[in-house]
Design a protein. Structure first.
Length: 90
């Protein structure tokens, strides 16, 4: 897994060895420039801890701040996905 964060929140969580990963990194650089931190930050540490708790079944709601950037359509889709409650599919 690769985590990335800006000064505002988590902006990347993906599988490093996916075929499309280089394209995803290119997009991240287009939207965030040099402001992305990989490795460790307060947001990345929180995301790692929350993801571990979620996978153990101990967490249902994530609190890590997100810094979501993209086209108007992408933002609409991602914000709609954020409204789906734990255990629901749509």
């Amino acid at each position: 897994m690769v985590f990335g964060s800006s000064g505002k929140g988590l902006c990347l969580l993906d599988f490093k060895y996916r075929k499309s990963f280089p394209r995803i990194l290119k997009r991240i650089n287009e939207y965030y420039g040099d402001s992305v931190t990989y490795g460790t930050s307060q947001f990345i540490e929180l995301a790692e801890n929350e993801l571990a708790k979620y996978l153990q079944g101990d967490l249902k709601i994530f609190t890590v701040p997100l810094d979501i950037r993209g086209s108007p359509f992408q933002l609409k889709v991602w914000n709609t996905l954020l409204q789906i409650k734990y255990g629901k599919i749509a």
